[in-house]
Design a protein around this ligand. Structure first.
Ligand SMILES: [Mn+2]
Length: 279
């Protein structure tokens, strides 16, 4: 079965639909989607992008992890954050509660795992702690899901409201969905270049882990191909702001033993259909 990993969509529903059509022409129904999060916000059609994805998760077994923009959407819906000028997910917030968006989103994972050839892998939105083994990452993801996706909506809201300096699982949510660089002591930053820190994946790579990581979140870095690593955010929603944007999918060779090797040219790019002015 062809596995297809999809970068940050950010409300660019036309490009997401274009990607799905192109995959269906090529593979029929015989492929499996893995989506790295940030399906909503900044772009024009958050609700449509999320509805498309939800259909694929519920009816076609797509895998999907939450990004920082989904966490922001959940926090806004819970009254923990106010809608900001640059937020474009108002179309989701305006849906009636009976649609169940809040409960559906909060029940999604932040870590998903699989295997390509003989390589196990995880998908996360932004990054992982350089020291975490795959088991550690999975255990932390499970603890978050227990808190956020449990039976009680109130407990989920309390978790979203918790101080990440005091709650380790809440801190893990922030790291998994926002981290770009890491200092030698493990402290992490959203900024890509901080004195004394490296991109998280440089430190992660030095540890020689036996698993791969597919991630998004870092459009200024662009497509990242290195052994064990695939970064897929190519800034579709930033098209026309001084650079070209595209929605990128990774289509690893399903017959390869070690598809996380580099170099690798198995990518499908759907160019942005229009310029997306800053909201
Ligand atoms: Mn992001």
């Amino acid at each position: 079965m062809q596995q297809v990993f999809v970068g940050d969509i950010q409300g660019c529903a036309d490009e997401f639909e274009g990607l799905l059509e192109s995959l269906q022409m090529r593979f029929g129904v015989d492929f499996e989607l893995w989506v790295v999060g940030d399906v909503v916000n900044r772009g024009p059609q958050s609700l449509r992008a999320l509805s498309l994805l939800r259909d694929w998760v519920e009816n076609r077994g797509a895998h999907y992890v939450l990004g920082n923009h989904e966490i922001a959407l959940l926090r806004t819906a819970a009254g923990l954050r106010s809608l900001r000028r640059q937020d474009t997910f108002g179309d989701v917030l305006e849906r009636p509660a009976s649609d169940g968006w809040f409960d559906w989103l909060r029940s999604r994972p932040l870590v998903e795992t699989g295997r390509l050839g003989r390589q196990p892998f995880a998908i996360v939105h932004a990054g992982v702690h350089p020291d975490w083994s795959l088991d550690e990452l999975v255990a932390r993801g499970r603890r978050i899901r227990d808190r956020l996706g449990g039976e009680s909506r109130r407990e989920a809201e309390q978790f979203l409201a918790a101080d990440s300096r005091e709650e380790s699982s809440r801190a893990d949510v922030e790291r998994l969905t926002r981290c770009r660089s890491v200092a030698a002591n493990g402290d992490w930053f959203e900024q890509p270049s901080v004195e004394g820190a490296d991109p998280w994946h440089l430190q992660w790579a030095r540890r020689g882990h036996g698993y791969g990581v597919v991630y998004g979140h870092w459009s200024l870095q662009g497509l990242h191909v290195a052994p064990g690593l695939r970064g897929l955010d190519t800034g579709c929603v930033h098209h026309g702001r001084g650079r070209d944007g595209a929605l990128t999918a990774w289509l690893p060779d399903p017959t390869a033993e070690t598809p996380f090797d580099a170099p690798d040219t198995n990518f499908l790019k759907i160019p942005a259909r229009r310029a997306y002015p800053r909201p």
